[in-house]
Write a protein that binds this ligand. Structure first.
Ligand SMILES: Nc1ncnc2c1ncn2[C@@H]1O[C@H](COP(=O)(O)OP(=O)(O)OP(=O)(O)O)[C@@H](O)[C@H]1O
Ligand SMILES: [Mg+2]
Length: 259
């Protein structure tokens, strides 16, 4: 059974891409077959997987517009140990172009249908907006993972996202679940972070992952080396946290024994 997880938060810079590449690498390290789909015109997940976004002519953009297939566009991230469907700035045009097309919300789901079965996990790295690309991710996904920083405005943005998930569930993807909320860039010495964290647990209970991702400079440095931190410095605190997160997800999905 494939589990497709959309890693999303319309707020920018909360750790979506860092989570996408390091979780993909951690699950691959646990011998799971992983496909990472970059759905952001910034192409950060592509670069963070050690793939030059500028050198790619075929990307997720061609797949969404029906000009190519997911199978033809996917490639191997040797640095990550997983497969990747890359993105670059071409994708910035997709939002407008999709509007005129039929089945505009279900294009990613349809495109992945042929290859998803080859993977244990398909991870979708979403852009920082609730646009048509994110809607495509929410329609293609079984579940949503929400990385968030424990800051003052975090909870406000969360209610917009939860409403969007609810709307997608009503209209397009009735079985969409919230997989979990992930606290990122966490600093336990920060009192506000602790308060927001406590509120999150109060509201969302066990939907909040037990694993917390600490603020860790190695996670921020890794993209400049073209590799997920998990493969570039497995011993650092940030990498260890992502490996623990993969363990938590495998345990929740009942796949731990098969590792
Ligand atoms: N745990 C962490 N510790 C330190 N730095 C981090 C951590 N997680 C992410 N960062 C850094 O914070 C910045 C934003 O992270 P990232 O790109 O993963 O966020 P994002 O949500 O994908 O951003 P965007 O919304 O632009 O796509 C990056 O420079 C990244 O290296
Ligand atoms: Mg990103």
């Amino acid at each position: 059974m494939t589990r497709t997880i959309a890693i999303t938060n319309q707020k920018g810079g909360v750790g979506k891409t860092t989570t996408s590449v390091n979780l993909a690498a951690s699950l691959a390290h646990c011998k799971k077959r992983v496909l990472l789909v970059d759905l952001d015109p910034q192409g950060n997940a592509t670069m963070g997987s050690g793939v030059d976004k500028r050198a790619r002519s075929a990307t997720v953009y061609q797949v969404l517009l029906g000009l190519s297939t997911a199978e033809a566009v996917r490639l191997r991230s040797e640095a990550g140990g997983y497969d990747l469907i890359p993105a670059n700035r071409d994708l910035a045009g997709a939002e407008v172009e999709l509007v005129g097309l039929e089945h505009r919300e279900t294009r990613l789901k349809a495109a992945l249908a042929g290859i998803a079965e080859h993977y244990d996990f398909v991870l979708l790295d979403c852009p920082p907006s609730l646009n048509m690309l994110t809607v495509n991710a929410l329609v293609a996904a079984d579940a949503v993972m929400i990385p968030m920083q424990c800051e003052y405005y975090a909870l406000e943005g969360l209610s917009d996202l939860v409403n969007t998930v609810r709307k997608v569930r009503q209209n397009l993807n009735p079985t969409l679940e919230i997989e979990g909320l992930l606290r990122t860039m966490f600093d336990p010495r920060n009192t506000l972070a602790q308060q927001v964290s406590a509120q999150l647990q109060e509201h969302f209970g066990d939907k909040v992952y037990a694993t917390v991702i600490p603020r860790n400079i190695r996670l921020a440095e890794a993209p400049s080396y073209g590799a997920p931190a998990v493969n570039f410095d497995r011993g650092c605190k940030g990498s260890q946290a992502y490996i623990a997160l993969a363990g938590e997800i495998l345990l929740r999905s009942g796949l731990a024994q098969a590792a």
